[in-house]
Design a protein around this ligand. Structure first.
Ligand code: CTP
Length: 396
């Protein structure tokens, strides 16, 4: 753990003093802690004791000229491998769940590109309050880790859940989060994502609402497990995950070509919403079709089915071929039909009758020849991790 570090945010609860022990325990394991103390936390512990234990400067102010000159708050939020909020009060959970950024701690949580782990500790009634539980759920949906507090006698004399977990348990969880997952190292995984664009003329095209978010999140989750990922993507407005080999394409035909070039691969995941048809003869110059008496007719030809083509390869067929089935009704029945028809190994079926396409959340059904498994309803990041865990297990 010698090269690993956390950004520890201590907020103002009576358990704040225990985070000093956490700094020391993590230090024994070789993990450096850089610490932010909120104003309320300074009622319980001092910047001096934090600095003495961490061996680092302790940060307290958002608008401190000296601190900003040394290390800006954005850089501070990204300098560590993990952000740990311990103890996390109801106040910081509410701020983080709602995207508030009115002090250094909440700003760092919003600005970080790393995972955030919250260790809540508060009075039992506060913890059980609907508002707090709503915020916890929201943070989990956004991909943060929110630990459940321990149950026991509290500093205020009440009994129930709300105590900070034992420092040994927190240390073990933090070390586990800092240990890189290499379950897919050495594997090459090819993914398609986003929509395709099929030109009608030089300025018009046919496309669909796919945002690419689910495919990009899967690419990121696989890459985080050590896989070499090739992401063949239609036009989207989101940034590709770091370290992934992005191959941008527009049409279904280009997408197929790019996939074939990227082979061999250990797994192929076809998340793209590929247009089934394309205009037969895209016009070379802009069509003038407004105001005519006759309805405008476009002739279409069928696009190649990329999933089916790669599934049926005799040479270089990826060992695990996964298709997606976006349906608005009879989801499982249609998905099973596609498993057969396309010749793939798994179909991940999702119901797109709601706002899944372009939306933030998803729920999927993983269908294999032998059975089916349903994911929780969760953010696309969580669904991506759920899928990546199953791919890692299958490829191992
Ligand atoms: N797919 C593909 N190439 C196509 C069409 C679809 O690779 N030309 C892949 C998608 O990436 C997805 C799966 O096939 O993994 C199912 O896509 P879907 O659009 O749901 O199925 P279709 O075969 O197009 O059938 P339909 O539109 O009739 O539901």
């Amino acid at each position: 753990m010698a090269d690993r570090s956390i950004l520890l945010i201590i907020t103002g609860g009576v358990a704040a003093f225990k985070s000093l022990e956490l700094i020391r325990e993590l230090g024994r394991a070789g993990v450096k802690s850089r610490v932010i103390l909120t104003k309320a936390a300074q009622e319980f512990v001092t910047p001096l004791s934090v600095s003495a234990l961490s061996g680092e400067k302790c940060f307290t102010e958002l608008f401190d000229l000296n601190d900003e000159a040394e290390m800006g708050h954005i850089e501070l939020s990204r300098s560590a491998d993990l952000v740990v909020v311990c103890p996390a009060t109801a106040d910081i959970l509410a701020k983080a769940a709602n995207g508030l950024a009115n002090d250094l701690a909440s700003t760092a949580i919003l600005a970080t590109d790393k995972r955030v782990l919250f260790a809540p500790a508060m009075n039992v009634r506060m913890w059980q309050h609907e508002a707090v539980q709503r915020n916890v759920q929201r943070l989990r949906d956004d991909g943060a880790i929110v630990l459940d507090p321990d149950e026991g006698l509290m500093a205020c004399g009440e009994f129930g859940p709300g105590r900070l977990p034992e420092i040994s348990a927190l240390k073990a969880r933090i070390l586990a989060e800092l240990t890189p997952d290499t379950s897919l190292s050495g594997q090459h995984i090819l993914i398609t994502a986003g929509p395709t664009r099929e030109p009608i003329d030089p300025v018009r095209y046919l496309s669909n609402h796919s945002s690419g978010r689910q495919g990009y999140a899967i690419a990121e989750a696989l890459q985080a497990r050590g896989a070499k990922v090739t992401l063949v993507s239609g036009p989207v407005s989101i940034a590709p995950p770091n370290g992934v080999n992005l191959v941008p394409v527009e049409t279904a035909q280009d997408m197929l070509k790019a996939c074939e070039t990227a082979l061999p691969a250990d797994a192929f995941i076809s998340v793209a919403a590929v247009a089934d048809w394309r205009p037969a003869k895209p016009a070379k110059s802009k069509l003038k079709i407004k105001g005519g008496d006759e309805p405008v007719a476009l002739e279409f030809v069928e696009n190649p089915d990329i999933l089916k083509t790669l599934s049926h390869k005799t040479k270089n067929r990826p060992g695990l071929v996964i298709g997606f089935a976006a349906e608005t009704n009879d989801v499982e029945a249609y998905a099973r039909g596609k498993l057969e028809k396309k010749g793939c190994d798994w179909i991940i079926a999702n119901d797109v009758s709601g706002d899944v396409m372009g939306g933030m959340n998803n729920q999927v059904n993983l269908i294999t020849k032998d059975g089916a498994e349903r994911s929780p309803n969760a953010s696309k990041t969580q669904i991506a991790n759920w899928i990546a865990d199953r791919i890692a297990k299958a490829l191992s």
